[in-house]
Design a protein around this ligand. Structure first.
Ligand SMILES: Nc1ncnc2c1ncn2[C@@H]1O[C@H](COP(=O)(O)OP(=O)(O)OP(=O)(O)O)[C@@H](O)[C@H]1O
Length: 234
């Protein structure tokens, strides 16, 4: 079943389009990696999907419902989770407070308990202020916040960007298990090879367009993709 469908998406921050017509779809429990050059429009695509891009045309459909005209809060309530690249937690609030302030959560107590089960490191430090957490803990909290509403799809914008190398593999493992549990993932990543290695499908953006798309394994073996977009193999 298609969970998220993006059709003919164009838009930007002003009258100049950054996205020049994007068509993508993600099935249930699938990870779709979006990679590409710097400035290709990957973060802008993430913003368009979650409702934060000021100017868009085209459609975003979630579980067969057209959510294009919905505000970000409504999209979240409908099942789109988002972990932005920066500002993804409230530094002055404690871990537990960061979870308590997520809007649109029905069974809050049990969801918080579930998040502490999924992220035991957060449970241990639940009264610590988010601003005092390590990069890895902070990211776990950002994931937990995004998962509070039981999203059908989570949009992760460069989740490994601020992590030490030791934590990168752990982060990809966490993303894989999210999808294994049935959550679809739109994964924006600079570490394209590692991201594709845990993905079902991949798309490569350049100049606001998808220039290559297909099964992740095909992209990993595609010489053009490797030479132009995937960088070193480490
Ligand atoms: N808030 C903004 N206002 C105006 N232009 C912006 C804004 N954010 C990004 N842009 C522009 O949109 C274009 C695409 O940026 P975007 O961040 O989406 O690229 P990206 O593919 O995510 O790149 P990177 O991998 O470097 O983060 C760039 O030309 C950028 O300068």
């Amino acid at each position: 079943m298609t969970v998220l469908s993006i059709q003919g998406l164009k838009g930007g921050y002003s009258e100049v389009n950054i996205l020049n017509g994007i068509d993508l779809a993600i099935e249930e429990g699938e990870i779709l990696t979006v990679a590409g050059t710097n400035g290709a429009g990957k973060s802008t695509l993430a913003k368009a999907v979650v409702g934060l891009l000021p100017r868009v045309s085209g459609t975003v459909t979630l579980n067969s419902k057209d959510v294009t005209s919905l505000a970000p809060e409504k999209r979240a309530q409908n099942g789109i989770g988002y972990v932005p690249q920066v500002s993804n937690v409230f530094p002055s609030l404690t871990i537990i407070e960061n979870l308590e302030v997520v809007e649109g959560v029905k069974d809050r107590r049990s969801r918080i308990a579930e998040m502490f089960r999924l992220f035991p490191a957060l449970a241990e430090r639940k009264r610590a202020r988010a601003g005092r957490l390590s990069g890895g803990e902070r990211q776990q909290l950002a994931y937990a916040r995004a998962l509070m509403t039981r999203p059908s799809v989570v949009v992760l914008d460069e989740p490994t960007a601020a992590l030490s190398p030791a934590l990168v593999a752990e982060s990809f493992g966490r993303i894989a298990s999210l999808a294994h549990d049935g959550t679809s993932v739109l994964l924006i990543e600079q570490r394209a090879r590692q991201a594709l290695a845990i993905s079902n499908r991949g798309a490569i953006m350049d100049g606001g367009r998808v220039v290559l798309e297909g099964p992740a394994v095909d992209l990993l073996n595609n010489e053009k993709a490797a030479a132009l977009y995937l960088g070193h193999s480490t």
